[in-house]
Structures are given as structure tokens and as C-alpha cells.
Write a protein that binds this ligand. Structure first.
Ligand code: JFZ
Length: 450
């Protein structure tokens, strides 16, 4: 074969191999957890699921009017919108935001004393005021208030020192000062995206552990993509369901001021709740929930498999209102005795409890040789002092967490409580069982079997 024919053949062969047109590359999915396996997610969520209890902090310029503007009551963190305060007037209030009594170490110690394992603070709420030094907008605590310093940095240091995780709340779509008039896309480009990058970059490798988005107005998958993508700056970070509608994304749902009647199935969730009636500090709001109510909320939420994010609204001077401190300490006293019945527990396995109270449980752990435990949170002692559990399992041991060395009498599935219970709010009886709970299904006797 002569050379020409050979080269022609080679060319023809080369051309005949149709190189598939390189398809336009699919845009990478911005969600850092798009390909996460359930097992990987369990590892990432583990600390949060074990924590069960956190502190929400709503703090900002709105603590200056504290619910009253020009003698008119109304609004807390929403006071600018509710009382239609003109932007310039509202921003003038920042001149009075000087938290000279701010002691982040004391705040973190109070959260820890209450039994809380994480804190979520409003880094920027809907009024747009940033509690941090931001290059994206001068409407921040360093440039616009006499405080003149980043308030998140010392809080992050205090959390690190005391082993408390820190999360940032960020209102990514509402901003009554930075977004006047301009389009949401301009706001996202000029303020929200740069500030989220600052919050994810400037507070240490471990901070924030949580990103708490809020009010996803006008947010579309395209608009949230750069925000989702920024989460990759903090591998392992958790974030909530309020980045975009429908609010089914993120790592956990956020029922607000309410406790889902039967939990949210397999979905992780966290009830956020005020301690009085407002998120931000309101000088005249003395509708404080009782310590009993707060403790029973915590128990109820844990018994349904959720987390409790309990809110504090600090004053403009940087102090927790005394009624908050009193309640945090009361909850902490209960948690010191009964925390085992909350931390790392799972939901009540029973359809119906044979006593007035709630139930949480810890699974049987063969690897650690730990028996399965049911925690009976008894609100009112049964008249006969006995609780018979609808279980097929053998009960191997029972005792009150308040007196762990005093075994309770167990007869088959019935435990006998002491004549008086040590805690009028909730006395916890730990019941050790062999294996995972096998709940005896209550069958109504067929006709004629009564
Ligand atoms: C939002 C904020 O507007 C409020 O100021 C506070 O920060 C709270 C924790 O979050 O409030 C909401 C958000 C969502 C609903 C209701 C109030 N909702 O979905 O019903």
C-alpha cells in the first residue's frame, strides 16, 4: 500500500471515531450534602441530636427601644417595621447601642449551667444591623455604634473555652436598611453573599457549627446556590430549613413557638421558643414562662425526638434579664440530676403511656455493653405508686435518677415508685431493659372475651 493511501486511511479512521461532543458540564450541585449517605449524615448530625437543648439569642439595635418608640408600644426585633420607623431614625438608635455590660463568658457559663450545649445568635436580623465587623455594609456594630467592636468574636472564644457550639442566625432575604429599594439579586450579591462568607470565614475553624437561615422571601434555587455553595467553607456545618421555600431542605425543621404533637417522623427538628412573649428584649414584657413550663417543654420535645432552642433577648447594655437568669438556673438544677434522660435520647416508643408524664429512651448498646434504658418522666405519682409498662422485654433494673443507688421494686413489668417523688415538676425513673423495647400492642378483648 502506498503512503498516500495509508495516510488517507489513517485520516478516515481517525475521523470515523466520532468523539462524542463534550456535553455542556452540568452545573455542580451547590448543596454540599447533595451526595451525602445516610450514614455520613448520621455522623454529621450526631452532636446536634445528642445536644437536644440550645440557647437562641436575639440581640441588636432593637434592644435600644426595647419595644417602645416615641412612647408607643409595639414590636421587638420587628419594631422598625411594625412602627414604620424611617430608616434614618432607626439607624440613629444605633448611637445608643453600647453594650458596656456585655460579658460573653458569663453568657456562655449561664447557657452551660442551664444544660444547654449550643448557642445560636442573631448575627444580622431583618433590620440589617450586623453584630460583626463587615466590609459589605457599614451598617454594623463596629462602624455604626459606639460599641466599635465585633461582638461575635469574643462570644466564639467563650464558646470554644467552655465547649459550647456556636451557630449564627442570618436573615438572608429580609433587610430593611441594606436593601431599601434595590432588587433582591443586588442585595444578595452586594450584602448577603459577602456577609455569609465573612461569617463562615472569620470566626475560627469550629465556628459557626450551625447556620440558621430565616424568612426565605423571594429565594429561588438559583438565588440560594451561592449561599449553599459557601457552606463548603465549613465542612460538617449544619443548617436549617429556612434558606428557601418549600422549607423542606437543610438538616432540620424549625417549628416556631410550638411543639409538634407527635414529632416530625424521621425528620430532624428543633422547636424555637421565646422565654416570655418576644424574641428581642422588650422592657415591659413580663409574660415569663415558668421554670416548670420550660422543663416540661424540654421533656416533651425530647420525648418526641426534637431539640429545644430556648430564646434570650439581652438588653442594649448586654445583660440577660434577671427572670431569664433565674429560669436558666432552675432548668439547670433539674438537668444536673436528670440530663441523662434528655441528652442523646430518642423518642418515646409507646403509643400510650400508663402514667401522667413522658418517656424518652436510650438504645441498647451491645458494643459498650450498655442495656437499653427507658426514662419515665413522672409528672404525677399514680395513686397506687405503680407503673406497669406495656412491654415484652424483661425489666432488669429500675431506679430514680435522683437516687440511683436505691433500686425500685420490679415485679415483672410493674415498677413501684417511692411514697413521695423528689421532684414535683418531673421525677425520672430509669428502667433498664434487655434489648430494644418491644412494645406490647394493646388489644381490646374481642366480644365475649371480657
Ligand atoms: C422569624 C423572625 O421574623 C422573627 O423575628 C424571629 O427571628 C423568628 C425566630 O423567626 O419569625 C418567623 C419565621 C417564620 C414563621 C413565623 C415567624 N413561620 O414560618 O410561621
Amino acid at each position: 500500500m502506498n503512503r498516500l493511501t495509508y495516510n488517507t486511511l489513517l485520516t478516515a479512521l481517525a475521523l470515523s471515531v466520532v468523539v462524542p461532543m463534550a456535553r455542556a458540564a452540568e452545573p455542580a450541585n451547590p448543596d454540599p450534602y447533595a451526595n451525602e449517605t445516610p450514614a455520613q449524615r448520621d455522623v454529621r448530625m450526631q452532636w446536634w441530636r445528642e445536644a437536644r437543648f440550645g440557647m437562641f439569642i436575639h440581640w441588636g439595635v432593637y434592644a435600644v427601644p426595647a419595644g417602645v418608640y416615641k412612647d408607643k408600644k409595639g414590636g421587638a426585633e420587628w419594631i422598625m417595621a411594625i412602627q414604620k420607623i424611617p430608616k434614618a431614625e432607626y439607624q440613629g438608635l444605633a448611637k445608643q447601642f453600647n453594650p458596656v455590660k456585655y460579658d460573653p463568658d458569663a453568657w456562655v457559663r449561664l447557657a452551660k449551667e442551664a444544660g444547654m450545649k449550643y448557642i445560636v445568635i442573631t448575627s444580622k436580623h431583618h433590620d440589617g444591623f450586623a453584630l460583626f465587623d463587615s466590609k459589605a455594609s457599614d451598617w454594623n456594630v463596629v462602624k455604626a455604634s459606639p460599641c466599635g467592636k465585633d461582638l461575635l468574636k469574643p462570644l466564639a472564644e467563650a464558646c470554644r473555652k467552655h465547649g459550647i457550639k456556636l451557630g449564627f442566625y442570618y436573615s438572608q432575604a429580609q433587610d430593611w436598611c441594606n436593601k431599601t429599594g434595590n432588587h433582591v439579586d443586588d442585595y444578595l450579591r452586594d450584602v448577603a453573599v459577602p456577609q455569609v462568607r465573612e461569617l463562615l470565614s472569620n470566626y475560627g475553624d469550629d465556628t459557626p457549627a450551625i447556620f440558621w437561615w430565616d424568612t426565605p422571601y423571594d429565594m429561588t434555587p438559583q438565588r440560594v446556590a451561592p449561599l449553599l455553595d459557601l457552606l463548603k467553607l465549613k465542612p460538617g456545618i449544619l443548617h436549617n430549613n429556612r434558606l428557601v421555600r418549600p422549607e423542606v431542605g437543610g438538616d432540620f425543621s424549625t417549628p416556631e413557638r410550638k411543639i409538634p404533637a407527635t414529632g416530625l417522623g424521621d425528620r430532624d427538628w428543633e422547636t424555637c421558643m421565646t422565654m416570655n412573649s418576644n424574641w428581642g428584649y422588650v422592657s415591659y414584657d413580663n409574660q415569663w414562662k415558668s421554670g416548670e413550663n420550660l422543663i416540661r417543654n424540654l421533656i416533651d420535645i425530647a420525648s418526641k425526638g426534637g431539640n429545644y432552642l430556648l430564646n434570650i433577648g439581652p438588653t442594649a447594655e448586654g445583660e440577660f434579664p434577671q427572670p431569664c437568669i433565674d429560669r436558666l438556673q432552675q432548668v439547670g438544677k433539674w438537668m444536673k440530676v436528670n440530663g441523662e434522660a434528655i441528652y442523646g435520647t430518642r423518642a418515646n416508643p409507646f403509643e400510650k403511656l400508663p402514667f401522667d408524664g413522658r418517656c424518652t429512651r436510650k438504645p441498647f448498646d451491645a458494643a459498650q455493653g450498655k442495656p437499653g434504658k427507658l426514662f419515665l418522666h413522672v409528672y404525677r405519682r399514680p395513686a397506687n405508686g405503680k407503673i406497669t409498662l406495656p412491654l415484652s422485654n424483661t425489666i432488669t433494673k429500675a431506679y430514680l435518677l435522683a437516687t440511683p443507688d436505691a433500686a425500685l421494686t420490679v415485679a415483672d413489668k410493674t415498677i413501684t415508685l417511692p411514697d413521695s417523688l423528689p421532684d414535683p415538676i418531673a421525677t425520672v425513673a430509669a428502667v433498664e431493659i434487655a434489648g430494644e423495647p418491644v412494645v406490647a400492642i394493646e388489644t381490646t378483648p374481642a366480644k365475649g372475651e371480657e
